[in-house]
Design a protein around this ligand. Structure first.
Ligand SMILES: [Zn+2]
Length: 456
């Protein structure tokens, strides 16, 4: 079994701080200095790393530790992180977002949670595995990508399409965000491990009107028609599509409370009772929204476009809609659901175009790696409850899935009860608890050392 050393803890903390101090806000998404930092760090330890990308600022790093030919028995495992971050408005932060302020309890900064914390953790683990190279039963690949926060086109999607060879061509496993962090509920500690993510359907709704002079009342105004359409979409809950992914998540959180709680929780899955029950039983709005989002498709209008000048009634107006797909659903299914909503508006002339889509992804939890993850969390926290989860958003895993890899969101992080992982993700005052981060470094390193190394 691997023994995590104090020096490695300090090294992980220092690496995290150095990564936070490099502003990799996306847009514009320049991650080159952060990638260079990792490359020189790995190379100083004798680990070769390759930098590749579509342009000189949005680049990706791939480093590989090769198993010896006699020990190599399995397809590769990838540790993946993204180094771009969402922008931060320094005005509303307690400490400057790229200062990596250390208050003795937390390290503050944009990316501390999403996901430079894991980047540092995975780098330390990767270096520890390099020391045990002779015992590895497969190649281990460290991947740091750009552009995750803007859709992955220059990051993991580009890598998968242009350099699958660097990713081992047919990796067996990918470990990535989002999962492995503590969720506190009624005095219990849960650790969701991500095994599925919803799909994406970015849509454009265009609504028609009749152009005219805006000095006259009561006209067929596309801007007003669009407002009606957007309000209808915002006010109408779409139909329930409970899949096994949502069922396992809901059951996992209810299980410690016993069979009656599990029975009641199973009614959340019912298209008839679920919506009502959710309103009655889940009071906290963000929790209710999170749960509802895994049970159905969602469609959120985000960008509106109508009219060119102030004194002409627009003949056309459009809304861009961020649609997210429940497992088993397609962009076409969501378009049909939205058409049903819009056809109820008398006289509305509209069309919906699919701008971009990627399907929901789901991975089996019946694997030796999932078992090892469960074991590592239980060992790190004896009172834990591990739950296979589905996330409402997407990660780089959607792209790695196309290579046939089983991808898990496992970013072990012990969160104290007063710090909520979900609200720190993209939130103001993003920060990571130092103790929980060190706990994660140890859990990940120990788990992978025993999973990948044959005893010698
Ligand atoms: Zn992320």
């Amino acid at each position: 079994m691997y023994q995590f050393r104090a020096a490695q803890r300090d090294s992980a903390t220092e690496l995290l701080k150095a990564l936070i101090r490099i502003d990799t806000s996306n847009p514009p998404g320049n991650v080159a200095p952060a990638m260079e930092l990792l490359r020189s760090r790995f190379e100083s330890q004798g680990i070769a790393a390759t930098l590749v990308g579509e342009n000189s600022e949005q680049i990706n790093l791939v480093a590989k530790i090769e198993a010896t030919p006699e020990n190599s028995k399995h397809r590769p495992l990838i540790l993946s992180c993204h180094l771009d971050v969402v922008p931060a408005d320094a005005e509303v932060w307690t400490h400057p977002p790229f200062s990596a302020h250390d208050d003795g309890t937390c390290i503050w900064g944009r990316g501390a949670i999403d996901m430079k914390g894991f980047a540092a953790m995975a780098a330390i683990t990767f270096e520890a595995l390099a020391e045990k190279k002779e015992q590895l039963d497969r190649d281990v690949i460290f991947v740091a990508v750009c552009d995750e926060e803007a859709g992955t086109n220059r990051g993991s999607k580009w890598l998968v399409e242009n350099h699958p060879d660097l990713l081992g061509s047919d990796p067996e496993y990918v470990i990535n965000e989002v999962g492995g962090f503590t969720v506190h509920r009624k005095g219990r500690r849960f650790y969701p491990v991500q095994v599925a993510e919803k799909g994406v359907a970015w849509l454009r709704l265009t609504v028609k009107g009749t152009p005219g002079h805006s000095s006259l009342p009561g006209q067929d105004n596309a801007a007003a028609n669009l407002s009606r359409a957007v309000l209808a979409i915002d006010n109408t809950p779409l139909p329930w599509h409970p899949g096994e992914e949502a069922a396992r998540l809901i059951d996992g959180f209810a299980a410690p409370e016993g069979s009656l709680a599990q029975k009641v929780a199973s009614f959340f899955l019912s298209p008839t009772f679920g919506p009502l029950l959710l309103k009655l039983l889940v009071n906290e709005p963000s929790r209710r929204a999170a749960l509802e989002a895994v049970l159905r498709n969602t469609a959120t209008p985000t960008r509106l476009n109508a009219g060119k000048v102030i004194n002409v009634v627009p003949g056309s107006a459009s809304a861009d809609i961020d649609g997210r797909l429940a497992p088993g659903q397609t962009a076409e299914d969501l378009v049909r659901e939205l058409e049903d909503v819009l056809l109820k508006i008398p006289g509305l002339r509209f069309e919906i175009e699919i701008l971009e889509t990627s399907p929901p992804v789901s991975f089996s939890k019946e694997t030796p790696l999932y078992e090892a993850i469960e074991g590592a969390i239980s060992k790190g926290d004896a009172e834990s409850h591990v739950v296979p989860s589905i996330i409402q958003g997407f990660t780089d895993s959607k792209n790695y899935a196309t290579l046939g890899a089983t991808c898990y969101g496992f970013y072990p992080l012990q969160m104290p009860e007063d710090l909520d992982f979900a609200s720190l993700f993209h939130g103001n005052n993003e920060r990571i608890p130092i103790e929980g981060f060190h706990w994660g470094c140890e859990v990940l390193t120990t788990m992978l050392s025993s999973f990948l190394c044959s005893e010698q």
